[in-house]
Design a protein around this ligand. Structure first.
Ligand code: HEM
Ligand SMILES: [Cu+2]
Length: 547
């Protein structure tokens, strides 16, 4: 008999998001493979495809579409598990899916017809078809609708459970949503007031400085929007999988609050080499960025504390003996664990990127691309894969079989090795000065350009392994969705008893306080620069089509 872990309506809606995520992930992976092969000099694209076109498709589909669909699906499922979803939430979930899907199709269509090779950052003055901007905006609006469904479920729960701290997972969903709503205001303003009117020809020029500021107001918290769901799995699901407990309820909540506060007023760390923003403001953003190290360290600390506690309970000895006791044969643990390991060099790389002087060395080199493939492309992606292995069968009422575990471990290994090779090559090339976002070139057979080719080839080899892994992942997902034997798969969610939760300070769930502090920090860090960019606007730029 089939037994779903949550009610059927919620399960079907969440699954729609997760499966759509993997559908677009597949197309994105193909684009990634082609990029690697082109840059490595292995293949040449046919006349009718432009390198920057597939680069745009890859960045948009992986960075914006795969992640957002997966996150919404996972969050809805986790909320259904911890507090259950009212009917209205499920309806809003479906509506959000439709709007997001429609927006994505619009954006992908304009990329396919070559009207939007502006890459996933759509930096002005590169100018795409208005329908690309409208499609991307719909993707965001769809996520707002989905977020409204979750917020409704949360407020209903709180009404029925006055004076109770919410379950940790639900709290984390709400914290991520607070961040997402505030962050997306920046990109929505850029789209609605700048890019869309300009691309329709209603305005002749665009204020480039302002548009990039607004983009990164959104762009940095975007990376925390990817990371916080992965952390939610590290805090709630991984401990349950390995038979442990949540290390500390309040610590986990403080971490998420810190992410809300510190991930928005830091966008200038992406613009350190950019004219039009004074050094003083850049330093404010850099200082706040370094503050974000703290919650990540706290997460690492509590994750490994949980591992240690579990290992010792199983009889581990010595300082690091507990590593031997962890269930590496369980893909639900193995995949996110590999992701955690990737996050160690990734975090160090992030500190390098944000340090003013070192940023000059790596800025706009392919080092940066190496960096975000080990953060979002590995730490986050591997965690999402690990979640998918139990989430899909558990929502379908099917079994995560031994064979699927094994296939999952192999898939994880391919991804891990592929990413080590590809990102390793990218990091190394970046230090040599190799630019990111470039089609195949030997720079007119310049000896320096030629000397880079061997690393480009290495990068392509890593890309091939990653692509094999992506195909395996999709096959596994389809198997678990449609073909695995009917049965039951646990929805691993470590939950603290109400007693423990009630010891957590009440203020941590007082959103008004945190939103007010966030507004203050935003005012301090962005208020004057944005005012300045508007009042002392640079000469506007006409649109450019460089492809
Ligand atoms: C099959 C696996 C993958 C391969 C082979 C791959 C390969 C690549 C390559 C070679 C580039 C650099 C192109 C250039 O700068 O000229 C790139 C860029 C990028 N990748 Fe991936 N990648 C993969 C997976 C992912 C994943 C899982 C994500 C995120 C979830 C991701 C996000 C990005 C983004 C955002 C860019 C930047 C695009 C731009 O600069 O506009 N990739 N990828
Ligand atoms: Cu950033």
């Amino acid at each position: 008999m089939s037994t779903r872990s949550i009610d059927r309506r919620s399960a079907e809606m969440s699954l729609a998001y997760v499966l759509t995520a993997f559908f677009f992930f597949g197309i994105g992976a193909l684009a990634g493979l082609l990029q690697g092969l082109v840059r490595g000099g292995v293949i040449t694209l046919p006349e009718w495809i432009n390198y920057y076109q597939i680069l745009t498709a890859h960045g948009v589909l992986m960075g914006l579409v795969f992640t957002t669909f997966f996150i919404v699906g996972f969050f809805y499922a986790g909320m259904a598990k911890t507090i259950t979803l009212p009917k209205l939430s499920v309806k809003l979930g479906w509506l959000g899916w439709v709007v997001m899907f429609f927006g994505t199709v619009m954006a992908v269509a304009t990329i396919s017809t070559g009207e939007a090779s502006v890459m996933y950052t759509f930096y002005a003055p590169l100018k795409a078809s208005p329908w690309f901007y409208i499609g991307s905006t719909l993707l965001v609006i769809g996520s707002w609708i989905a977020g409204a469904g979750m917020t409704y479920a949360y407020t209903q729960w709180r009404k029925q459970n006055t004076n109770q701290r919410s379950p940790l997972f639900t709290f984390m969903v709400m914290a991520t949503l607070v961040l997402w709503y505030v962050a997306t205001l920046g990109v929505a303003a850029e789209m609605l007031f700048q890019l869309i009117p300009w691309s329709f020809g209603w305005t002749d020029t665009v204020n480039v400085v302002l548009s990039r500021m607004l983009f990164w107001f959104f762009g940095h918290p975007l990376v925390y929007f990817w990371l916080m769901p992965a952390y939610a799995a590290w805090y709630n699901c991984v401990p349950k999988i390995i038979g442990g407990k949540i290390f500390s309820d309040s610590l986990a909540r403080v971490v998420f609050i810190l992410f809300i506060l510190l991930s928005i007023p830091v966008g200038f760390h992406h613009q350190l080499t950019e004219a039009g923003i004074s050094e003083k403001w850049k330093i404010v953003h850099v200082a706040l960025t370094l503050g974000v190290v703290l919650p990540s360290m706290m997460t690492a600390f509590s994750s490994f504390a949980t591992f240690e506690a579990v290992g010792r309970a199983k009889g581990a000895r010595g300082v690091f003996g507990f590593f031997k006791k962890l269930p590496y044969g369980d893909v639900r643990f193995f995949a996110p664990f590999m992701g955690m390991l990737f996050f160690i060099p990734a975090g160090i790389g992030g500190i390098i990127n944000t340090s003013n002087q070192m940023n000059v060395v790596v800025h706009n080199t392919i080092w940066v691309t190496g960096h975000f493939h080990i953060t979002v492309g590995a730490a986050v992606a591997l965690t999402f894969f690990g979640i998918a292995y139990w989430l899909i069968p558990s929502l379908m009422g099917r079994q995560l079989t031994k064979g699927a575990h094994r296939a999952g471990i192999i898939q994880t290994l391919f991804w891990t090795v592929g990413m080590l090779i590809m990102s390793g090559a990218m990091h190394f090339m970046g230090l040599l000065g190799v630019p990111r976002r470039t089609d195949y070139t030997t720079y007119m057979d310049d000896p320096l350009g030629l000397s880079w080719m061997k690393y480009e080839t290495l990068m392509a080899i890593g890309g091939v392994l990653l692509f094999i892994s992506a195909v395996l992942m999709i096959c596994n997902a389809i198997y678990l969705w449609k073909f695995a034997p009917v049965g039951e798969t646990e929805f691993p969610m470590a939950e603290n008893s109400l007693e423990v939760r009630q010891q957590t300070p009440r203020i941590l769930e007082n959103w008004k306080v945190w939103i007010a502090i966030l507004a203050f920090l935003i005012l301090v860090s962005y208020g004057y620069p944005i005012y300045d960019a508007i009042v002392h606007a640079p000469p506007g730029a006409p649109g450019m089509k460089t492809w």
